[in-house]
Each structure stands twice: as structure tokens, then as C-alpha cells.
Design a protein around this ligand. Structure first.
Ligand code: CDP
Length: 257
């Protein structure tokens, strides 16, 4: 079946002769395609295809908060929801809905978006950011947040800067960027990050495994370098979406004359 991965991988296979299991060098990212405005019904949307990951994000709002007493008179509340489709993993698990992992990822994503959106401009409202993982292969939280950020911009919601998600980690003695599921599961550590490239702020930093202080410092440098490529794709996706919208408005205007 196309795209199906069935081979057995062992830790020793992960890094050989300076190359990773899929042929990448330590700094290489997996192929990344970002498309904004993929859903007609959502106010903003984005599809991120990153390696074998496929994540779709949709944004609704700012809208009225219900129940009303939850509304914050000083700013918008962000409601972030990350879920994995039951068919998204390599192992069929057939169970959807929230679990401890998805609740944790939704919580860290909420924190990221609260610190990126100009929430003070929309008091007493709520903004929903849905992130649905259709296919997963390691790094879905950073792919989801990267998609959510583009969906927010696609919805016209002002951001301080575009959040960019990217992971770094260590395989044996080598630090690498953008770990896939094999590297995530069999490697020595995995650090998902979300940064604001313009201001240099770190909005999310988690760690699974152990890294020394020097490793973490080097990982930061690698993340800020790699994040430029992700940001370029985010901006390109938004430009393409706006151009498409502008072309539609022009065509409709001409038809109405
Ligand atoms: O996806 P991310 O790296 O952000 O999170 P993780 O918890 O480190 O999971 C790594 C990978 O394991 C995911 O991307 C999925 O490919 C896989 N996974 C899965 O198939 N089913 C789960 N319930 C959890 C993770």
C-alpha cells in the first residue's frame, strides 16, 4: 500500500555515516508543505504536511463566551484542542477523544496561542483553535501548533509574531532537528519547542530524555536556524491564500457587473 511503513527499525539504524535513517543530515527537516485556507466553513484553517504527519487546524472566533460568566473583561480566552484521529497512528488503536496526552498537548498549545495572539484586543470573547492529527509520525504537537498559528493568521486574528514549532533531540552523540517517530521512540532525547522567531521568545520547551546544558544550548541554536525554513513556508502559505481570496473577489466583482 502506498506510503505504508512496515520495516523493523533498531536504535543502531538511526544514525550511520553522518546520515539519519531517512537520509537526512542532522540539520535537515523532513519535507514540509503548508497550505492555508483549506476549509470553507472555518474562519481560518491550515493543513500541515510534514514528513508523514498530516495535521489540519481550524479557527473559530472571536465569539461570545458561553457560559457568559467565564468571559474575561480584559482579554479573549483561547480554547485550544489537539486530538489524534483514531486512524492516525501506525498501530491501529481505534480510540478517539481526549486522553491524558491530548489534554496535556491542548494545554501547552493554549499557553502558546495566549502568548502570541493580541488577546487584549478582543475582551469578553473566545477564540477556538482546533488541531486534528490525521496521520502521525513524530512531532505532531509542533506540527499542530505550527498549523494553528497559520490558521489564526488566516482568520485575520492579529499575532505578535507567528509561532513556529520544531523539535530537536539527540541520537547517540549527535544532536538532530525534526525527529520522526523512530527517532522519537528509539533516540536518546526529544525536545519540542515553539518559538517566536522575530522576538526570539520561547513559548514552549518540553523534554523527554536527558540533555546536558551544552546540548540544550546547541539545540536552541539549531532550532532558531531551522525555524526560519518553517516560518518561510508559513508566510508563503498565507500569501498564496490571500492571493487566492483576492482573485475570487475580483472574479466575483467582474461577474456582478
Ligand atoms: O507527536 P509528538 O512527537 O508531539 O508526541 P509524542 O507523544 O512524543 O508521540 C510521538 C509519536 O508517537 C506521535 O507523533 C505518533 O506517531 C505516535 N503516537 C501514536 O501513534 N499514538 C499515540 N497515542 C501517541 C503517539
Amino acid at each position: 500500500m502506498a506510503g505504508k511503513v512496515n520495516k523493523m527499525v533498531e536504535k543502531a539504524d538511526l544514525f550511520k555515516n553522518g546520515k539519519r535513517i531517512d537520509g537526512r543530515t542532522p540539520m535537515d527537516l523532513r519535507p514540509l508543505k503548508i497550505t492555508a485556507g483549506v476549509l470553507d466553513r472555518a474562519q481560518g484553517s491550515c493543513l500541515v504536511e510534514w514528513g508523514r504527519n498530516k495535521v489540519i487546524a481550524a479557527v473559530y472566533g472571536p465569539h461570545e463566551v458561553l457560559p457568559k460568566h467565564l468571559a474575561d473583561p480584559t482579554k479573549a480566552i483561547i480554547n485550544a484542542r489537539y486530538v489524534m484521529a483514531p486512524f492516525s497512528g501506525q498501530e491501529e488503536h481505534g480510540r478517539s477523544g481526549p486522553n491524558r496526552r491530548s489534554i496535556e498537548i491542548s494545554k501547552v498549545a493554549k499557553h502558546v496561542f495566549e502568548n502570541a495572539v493580541l488577546v487584549e484586543q478582543f475582551p469578553k470573547t473566545m477564540i477556538d483553535v482546533h488541531m486534528e492529527v490525521l496521520q502521525s509520525d513524530g512531532g505532531t504537537r509542533v506540527a499542530g501548533i505550527t498549523a494553528g498559528a497559520v490558521a489564526l493568521a488566516d482568520a485575520g486574528i492579529p499575532l505578535r509574531d507567528m509561532p513556529v514549532g520544531l523539535s530537536a533531540g539527540k541520537i547517540g552523540e549527535t544532536l538532530v532537528l525534526d525527529l520522526d517517530k523512530y527517532e522519537d521512540n528509539l533516540g536518546d532525547s526529544d525536545m519540542p519547542f515553539v518559538i517566536l522567531p522575530r522576538t526570539g521568545e520561547i513559548l514552549l520547551s518540553q523534554m523527554d530524555g536527558m540533555l546536558s546544558r551544552e546540548d540544550i544550548s546547541q539545540a536552541f541554536d539549531m532550532i532558531f536556524e531551522g525555524a526560519k525554513k518553517v516560518r518561510d513556508k508559513q508566510i508563503e502559505a498565507l500569501k498564496t491564500s490571500y492571493e487566492r481570496m483576492a482573485a475570487q473577489v475580483t472574479t466575483q466583482g467582474e461577474t456582478n457587473q
